[in-house]
Design a protein around this ligand. Structure first.
Ligand code: DI6
Ligand code: FE
Length: 401
């Protein structure tokens, strides 16, 4: 029989859509059978505790497990040298055009076997887990060939077997042009559409497909082709859109009913309207904005007015956001993008789950969802956004355990 556990004497921020704000319940309880929540609400309505293992939370706060919905967590090597070059005045785009940037990580990833990729990625994963992340998206995009993209995706899937966390994988083969395709971007997109996407779909290694639509990445036309191929293989899409320039990526993503469009620093009004109509989530990545010392913030106020759901994520990657703290990402969302505490917390739970198509399983404390939750030693949820570097996680529960 499935184990039955109940967490009592807790204050809940359920993030449930039926409730206002954070869905706060002051005197609450959460019950689970096996890996699913069976009750979440006011203590007075909780089931009798007789056949439950009872965990007294001593008045602590329970929030849903954190969801980091946009990362490039699996890579090899370091780009700290590039960081020094940028500090000395070089721009990210200059370094990329000179063959550094993403391509230098591509060389390191191609040279590594799966075991090395896993070993190098585990400390990053463990940092996120230690802060209460229970669902994590990991993209490929540093292999850029059938063999190496699949290797990266397999490493990502394996991480979910060796640690207590739900991993969603995204194929980002259209991340950069591999050196052997220099000057032949359309031929590389052929490879992505005709070989890499089909292979990842065949092996069940990808839950979604992403692309980097950018002047230093791929054009809107090439992105369209990638997304059409993804659809043919039944895979949902998401997009790195309008990060460094306005290529109307937000609108393009919306046209393809993307789960999300991410970055969006240069998103324009038409893009906002298109995203509002499609229901795509806008994923904010303040770590990259901070690390690149960007000054063009995404149009948060207009996105808010248009009712576009906002998520927030680390974008953990070696070149533009070597960030392994979703808590700090929330702090940056508030300080740099002027997101409210409520937006940051919903953005790292309910809306992040939606950006992964996981809204029926994760992101809130509601009956029927996976029992992924965190017990925090805090006075109020705003502390999770306010603190910079202090981790007040008391207990992390993944799938009921
Ligand atoms: N946008 C980013 O910020 C990362 N990828 C992307 O498409 C950068 C990845 C890197 O520099 O290694
Ligand atoms: Fe990214």
């Amino acid at each position: 029989m499935a184990s039955k556990r109940i967490w009592t004497n807790a204050r809940l921020a359920t993030m449930a859509p039926g409730l206002p704000g954070l869905g706060i319940i002051e005197n609450g309880a959460v019950a689970a059978e096996g890996d699913r929540i069976t009750f979440s609400g006011a203590a007075q309505y909780a089931p009798p505790t007789d056949d439950f293992e009872v965990i007294d939370c001593d008045g602590r706060w329970i929030l849903p497990g954190l969801v980091d919905c946009h990362t490039h967590l699996v890579w090899a090597g370091s780009r700290a040298r590039e960081f020094e070059l940028r500090l000395a005045g070089a721009s990210y785009e200059e370094i990329a055009r000179a063959g550094g940037g993403i391509r230098s990580t591509v060389s390191a990833v191609r040279a590594a076997d799966e075991a090395q990729l896993i070993a190098e990625s585990l400390p990053r994963l463990d940092a996120l887990i230690a802060e209460g992340v229970t669902t994590l998206e990991i993209k490929s995009g540093y292999g850029l060939s059938v063999e190496h993209e699949l290797k990266q995706l397999r490493a990502a899937r394996t991480l979910g077997k060796v640690r207590p966390i739900d991993i969603q994988t995204t194929l980002l083969a259209a991340h950069a042009l591999p050196p052997e395709y220099e000057g032949r971007a359309d031929a590389y997109i052929d490879l992505v559409c005709k070989e890499i996407i089909p292979a990842a779909a065949r092996d069940g290694l990808a839950d979604a497909v992403d692309a980097f639509c950018e002047n230093i990445g791929f054009s809107p036309e090439q992105t369209d082709r990638v997304f059409n191929a993804a659809r043919q293989h039944g895979l949902p899409v998401k997009l790195h859109a309008d990060q460094l320039s306005n290529l109307h990526g937000g609108a393009l993503a919306a046209r393809h009913n993307a789960l999300s469009a991410d970055h969006l620093e240069y998103l324009d009004d038409a893009g906002i309207a298109a995203m509002a109509a499609s229901g795509s989530v806008a994923v904010m990545l303040p770590g990259a904005y901070y690390f690149l010392r960007d000054t063009h913030a995404p149009p948060i106020e207009k996105l808010r007015q248009a009712g576009v759901p906002l998520a927030i994520s680390t974008d953990c990657n070696p070149g533009t956001s070597p960030l392994t703290s979703l808590l700090l990402a929330m702090n940056m969302g508030a300080t740099l993008f002027r997101m409210t505490v409520e937006e940051c917390l919903l953005g790292a739970t309910r809306h992040a789950a939606r950006a992964l198509g996981l809204e029926s399983n994760s992101g809130t404390l509601e009956p029927g969802k996976l029992c992924n939750l965190n017990i925090w030693d805090i006075e109020r949820p705003a502390e999770l956004v306010n603190n910079m570097g202090l981790n007040r996680l008391h207990t992390r529960i993944w799938r009921g355990q």
